[in-house]
Design a protein around this ligand. Sequence first.
Ligand code: G
Ligand code: G
Ligand code: MN
Ligand code: NA
Length: 254
Amino acid sequence: LRLRNGLRQAIDRGEFVLHYQPQIDLASGAVTGVEALLRWQRPGEGLVMPGRFIAQAEESGLIVPIGEWVLAEACRQAMAWRLEGLAPVTVAVNLSAAQFARGGVEAVVQRALRDSGLPPDGLELELTESILLNNTEQVLAVVQRLKGLGVRLSVDDFGTGYSSLSYLKRFAVDKLKIDRSFVADLLTDADDGAIVRAIVQMAQGLELGTIAEGVESESVAHRLAELGCREAQGYWFARPLPAADLAAFLRQRA
Ligand code: G
Ligand code: G
Ligand code: MN
Ligand code: NA
């Protein structure tokens, strides 16, 4: 209850911040995008990671206003970087199933784009398999309308859900984010190697992009490139960074 009350007040008090983790094109080394990751600067407790409050935010429905803030802030920041003259990168935002269930997500996205001036193709929405497995006409219609806005869609934590592949046919997603549980031991675990290879080959056949999460070493990055994976994200390249540090990272690599 204390957590829920704290969460409820956190938006008004400006206690949420976004950190941004770079996404790297494995062939060129260029930064193609950043993933926005929520943190809570809770008074007296320092920086609280989403693992400690997202579930509660989802159960209480507070994820709806929090998610609205995340979308607005991520679009605002991405446009601010462009106006500062940094090379344009896509900003990826995580969406919860609850944001879909409550409806209105399309209007929220539209407003964030309009208020910020960010071009729609500068925003990527990360959908979970649990959203897409809810294979109803309603979800299909929402995804199609989001797609119609011109934003990009990716499937987060790909491979960890119930792995019904039929939704890839139904939903017009652009990219699969290969879950870090398959990436961490890529070089030593033959099963993980086979899974990543299969995901990449399937994605190529479906003309979907691929990004590997949780890349923590150069050797894993190298192997992913060999397997044909397009992009990567992980501590090897950079941790999630505060906005100012991310801008410095972009400038330094340009
Ligand atoms: O950043 P790590 O930074 O600890 O994130 C942990 C988890 O929290 C990830 O699974 C991520 O998808 C989720 N998460 C981070 N930021 C957000 C957000 O803004 N909205 C939602 N719904 N989930 C988020
Ligand atoms: O949305 P998602 O579950 O994918 O959120 C990404 C999570 O992964 C965040 O908690 C982020 O801090 C974390 N993360 C990012 N890069 C790495 C990495 O290289 N290794 C590990 N273990 N976690 C990572
Ligand atoms: Mn994510
Ligand atoms: Na993920």
